[in-house]
Design a protein around this ligand. Sequence first.
Ligand code: THG
Length: 637
Amino acid sequence: MESALLDALAQRVLVYDGAMGTQIQAAGLGEPDFGLPEALLNGSTISLDGCNEALNLSRPEVIEAIHRRYLDAGADLIETNTFGCTSIVLAEYGIEHLVREIAAAAGQIARRAADAVSTPARPRFVVGAIGPGTKLVSLGQTTWQELEGTYCDGFIGLLEAGVDALLIETIQDLLMAKATIVGAKRAMEETGIRRPLFVQVTMEQTGTMLLGTELGAALNMIEAFPEVTAFGINCATGPAEMGSYVQFLSHNSTRPISVLPNAGLPVMENGKALYKLTPDELAGHHERFVTEYGVAMVGGCCGTTPDHIRAVADTVGGRPHTASAHWLSVRHLFSGFDFSLETNEQAAALKLVGCSSLYGFQPYKQDASFLIVGEKTNANGSRAFRDLLAQEDWEGLTELARELEGEGSHVLDVCTAYVGRNEERDMRILLASLNRQVNVPIMIDSTEANVIEASLQTLAGKPIVNSINFEDGGARTERVLALCQKYGAAIVALTIDEDGMAKTAERKLAVADRLLAATRAHGLADHDVFIDCLTFTLGSGDEEFRQAGIETIEAIRLLRAKDPAVNTILGVSNISFGLKPAARQVLNSAFLHACLDAGLTSAIVHFSKILPDTRIEPDIYQIASDLINDRRRYATA
Ligand code: THG
């Protein structure tokens, strides 16, 4: 992608503009200024008073003059007047059909203003920026489809008007962020106009985003989207309160960082919120962010004025930034959106290797442990789960999930595939509840692409999809991997091909190679791939399967040695199907320990039923171990 903005971003600190809303208020407009011609109103008679987006059509010169003031103050980047340019916000004024028109007008206004002062030596850029809207999709107040559709619409208007970048800002809900990122990607596909995509979330004074999301979960989810060029924070607090977040981003983000604080925390005076941070104070904070934390883009949010931006531009504008950690991601954008080539190079720089939920980040690599994936949230694997599902007791199902989390599961494997039920509908309802009420990330256990896509549209954060294989030759795998790439998810890949489940270590490894070729072609980083070497049960006693445990253990060992970045996973309980519960518990535990010794990084287990080696009686442990290793001390009949 050719982009003068990215060239500039790779070299020097860029200064954003400040608040738009307060400047509009200061313009002293009245109701008539917001009025639109009847032909545009589709019969709506709602007053547009206070609808700042309408001004792009009704009073473009007012908006252009505000842009000019920020440009004159020294802003490199100006944001279009489209904070509420979504069907959801505009519906409050009865003009939800005007999203694209308003976005286009706003883009053209900002374009004119920037072009008027741009010089080859000092280009100015237009950022097409849309805010979060007024509804939280994770709370069920709107739908993925509505968000993806309306942001796609608005971004199309902005792209066609010639903006230099897209920005989704003031994000409170990670699921909303994901839907709008997908909307932005679609807008770029539909118009054929590729532009850098920036994302900014809002950290409240409480230390999390509005719904309780930690910044690490947000960053982890964002880093699953190579299309997101820069990531940062804006609004809610002043710069003083943002220090720890900026530090966190500087230590953990591979993307250039943007910081747009309010002019301090609001102070209430005579029923009005006043922002009291001075221009010099804001500039002082930004100077520290730029020098100590390598922040690449700075600016202002609520309460900031052209004077604030002048002080910031005078202090840090045009400086080379120290974002050495970020060069990789800026650079990869020049490769024409062909991310797959560099995914694993990129991944090497990644700090937050893991998955996430709406609330928290979960590292794949657990201290002194393995990534524990709870198996009990499975209609086929748990009678309790199945019964609750049959009764559609969504609260009970959620409670069961929370119990597993309480027992120490790091991730929950969720499967609603059950004969006679609608798997997709069940996943939508259950995962919407788990998204809100469970802290740990979800593993989507389904083989159906439609179910997987519905699930990916329901879960905030970065989930893991379970699973793909080559049973049908690969058509389904291609579809599911495309979904992982589109929605930013990790993947479990099973060593099964056209000939069935691979039995020997050698065959498991060969299928793993083929799986990895496919995941890499889809731009997935190796650490986001969990190869499942699978095991047949040792419980049948069949001569044919006596080596099943050994082959799996050996496959894990070889795979770890060959591709150390790739994760491995196993449904451990499969080893003991057909045996009595007490025997299963011992065999599962012994087998898990053997697999962990071989390098297994993750396991689907009923964690509270796993026994530490030391809690299994030595002679019993010996029997289990002999069975796993096919050591025949006993007479075979
Ligand atoms: N690999 C991957 N995914 C998987 C599996 C795998 N998903 C499903 C399964 N295998 C892992 N999950 C389970 C869940 C439960 C059991 C086994 C594997 C199990 N349940 C008991 C039973 O059926 O007897 C308990 C029943 C109950 O509580 O009612 O054994 O291998 N990638």
